[in-house]
Structures are given as C-alpha cells and as structure tokens.
Design a protein around this ligand. Structure first.
Ligand code: PLP
Length: 358
C-alpha cells in the first residue's frame, strides 16, 4: 500500500522527506557506524545532535536567550503536573482557563498541589467557543494562569494571547507548536508533546523562564525544572531518537520557509476544509467561527450512520483516521504541518461528492 493521507490527531503524519532521511541514516548516523538509537546520550555525536536541535528550535521559534529549553519524557500530560509543582509555590494559588479536555486535565492536576481555580470553564457550551478577554478576571495573586492554545479534541484555538496583568502565562501548545509564529516573550512557560508537529511520541518540549519557578518541596528530581535545567535535559537518559527526529523536522520547517511561511501554508490548507464545510448543507460544525482551529477541523452530518459511511468511504480513498474523538463523535480532520495541500483538497472534494450522493 502506498502512503495514505493520515488525518490522525496524534501521533500524526510526519514529512515524508524526514522519514526518508531518517531511514537513510538508520543504521549508520554520520559515519559513526551506529544508529542514533544505539548511541550513548553522553557521546560526542549525540551531544552535537541535541545541541543542534536546541539551536534549530531557538532559531525557528525565535526563542529569546533568557529562556531555557528542555527535552523531557512523560508527554504533555506530565507537564500538567510538573508545571503546577514547579510554579504554584509562589502564592499557593493558580488560575486555569478550562476550554477543553486537556486544559481540564491540567486543572485537575493543578488542584492536587494548591488552590487552583477555574478562571473560566466553557464545558456548558461543549467547549465550542474561546472566551473573550473581558471574561477573564485573573486573580492578581495567582502564581500563574494556565491555558491550552489549541484544543485538539473540540477544534478550537485561542485567537489571542490573554492579558494577565503580569501574572505569568503557562500554555500547552501541543497541537499548534511550529504551525505559526508565537511570541515566546509573552509566556512564562510553554510546553508541548511532540507527536503532532514535532515528530514521534515520547518527547515533550518545555520552554521556560527561570524566574517563574517557585517549586513546592520536596520534588522528585526528574520533576524539578531547576534540576533538569542544570543537567541540560540529561539528568537521566533523554528520548534520544525523538530529539534527533525533531532536529530533522526543524530542518524541514526551515526548508519550508520557517514559521511565517508555515502559517500561510496552514491557513490555506485550513481554508480549503472550512470552505467545504461552509458551502455544505450536509456537514455542520458547532465551533464558533472566531474560535476555529487551524490544525483540527471538527465536523459532522448530525447522523451517526452517515458519519460512519463518510469515514468508511474516505478510508477507501486513502483519507484515513477521520473519526472524531470519542467524546465528540462525528469527524475530525487533523491537518498538521506535514499534511500536504493535496490531502486537504482530496478531503474537500470527497466531502462534496459525499454530499451529492447523500
Ligand atoms: C493539547 C493537548 N495537550 C495534551 C495532550 C496530551 O499529550 P500526551 O499524550 O503527550 O501526554 C494532547 C494529546 O493529544 C493534546 O492534544
């Protein structure tokens, strides 16, 4: 079977050129005579890989010098707890914007370590709309404000960076990192799991400013950002192969023209799918138009049998993993960086054909 257009929400499609380069280097990386998977994380060759990957990430995301970059394990989920443990010690309080499943999970973790409060909670409208700035009454005593920039399951994205009156912002950017430029200087801490726009699962990236750290004590060493910073992500064995693949993905992002170009491309791709949705009388979406995600397009026919038929028919055309999350049902097209224009065009064309037949 040839390669399909995989609309999975994550782990998701990776650029084919990256996979081919990894394949070419899999048994012998840089004339080392071994695979990156086989080499010591303390070796000179791997040191060059992790150093270059960090430099590339800093370059691509324009990360200011005073920010630290960490390569950790445990996915974005561990960061829900780790961020809380390391920051909530300032005042014992924290504000959480609950706009989806993952920000809700982060809130649950935050409550384990202090007085975490829901700054806003849009569960009553099934997370279909991002709140306005005027709805956010931030507690000036909060140690931080946490939100999730792109809600992978519900298909919404914050169209603005919230103003918090000086309270540090912590943000989960798992499903939108590298999709467009982000002003890192607005944040105290950013984190993301790799398996959408950065490579395979197993790696989490954390970008933080040290002045936000006010840990509870004692912390397990692995979960202590200060210890991880001191050890340069090498307190224990880091996810070496994921770090190497992130480096290759970043090379590809640079070849694509960087994040400004990535944004233009992603906007064009998303427009193809949203136009098909807006032109349709069969497919609908609950998502507020101002809150639409550029990465995850959620839609339905409002008929479970028709949704199932659509998903089955799409798979027969090589458009796979279009079923919505179990909490939402219907369809979800995740169109991350590596999804080519051809994939979204084929999807829009099929939506059109399916509508005519139904
Ligand atoms: C926005 C967001 N945050 C967190 C997670 C959880 O990530 P992980 O599985 O890496 O822990 C996901 C997973 O899809 C996600 O989309």
């Amino acid at each position: 079977m040839g390669r399909v257009f995989n609309f999975s929400a994550g782990p998701a499609m990776m650029p084919e050129t990256v996979l081919k380069r990894a394949a070419a280097e899999i048994t012998d990386y840089g004339a080392s005579g071994m695979s990156v998977m086989e080499m010591s994380h303390r070796s000179k060759v791997f040191d060059a890989i992790i150093t270059q990957t960090e430099a590339s990430l800093r370059e691509v995301m324009s990360i200011p010098e005073e920010y630290k970059v960490l390569f950790l394990q445990g996915g974005a989920t561990l960061q829900f707890a780790m961020a809380a443990m390391n920051l909530i010690g300032k005042t014992g309080k924290a504000d959480y914007a609950v706009t989806g499943q993952f920000s809700g999970n982060a809130f649950k973790e935050g409550k384990k370590f202090g007085a975490a409060r829901a700054l806003v909670d849009t569960s009553d409208i099934t997370f279909s709309k991002i709140p306005q700035q005027s709805e956010l009454a931030v507690d000036p005593e909060a140690s931080y404000v946490h939100y999730c920039m792109n809600n992978t399951i519900f298909g919404t994205k914050w169209p603005y960076i919230p103003e918090t009156g000086g309270v540090p912002l912590v943000c989960d950017i798992s499903s939108c990192i590298l999709s467009e430029p982000v002003d890192v200087s607005r944040f105290g801490l950013l984190y993301a799991g790799a398996q959408k726009n950065m490579g395979p699962a197993g790696l989490a990236v954390v970008i933080l400013r040290e002045d936000v750290l006010h840990p509870i004590s004692p912390l397990p060493t692995y979960l202590d950002y200060a210890a991880q910073i001191k050890a340069q992500s090498m307190y224990n064995t880091p996810p070496t192969y994921g770090i190497y693949l992130l480096g290759l993905v970043l090379d590809w992002v640079k070849e694509m023209g960087g994040l400004d170009a990535m944004k233009v491309y992603n906007e064009k791709k998303a427009k193809v799918v949203y136009d098909a949705l807006d032109d349709s009388k069969l497919f609908t979406s609950k998502v507020d138009k101002q809150s639409r995600s550029m990465m995850n397009v959620v839609f339905t026919t409002n008929d479970a049998d028709k949704d199932a038929a659509f998903i089955k028919g799409a798979a027969a055309r090589g458009l796979v993993t279009l079923a919505g999350h179990r909490l939402v049902g219907g369809m979800r097209a995740s169109i991350y960086n590596a999804m080519p224009m051809e994939g979204v065009e084929k999807l829009a064309q099929y939506m059109n054909e399916f509508e005519k037949e139904n």
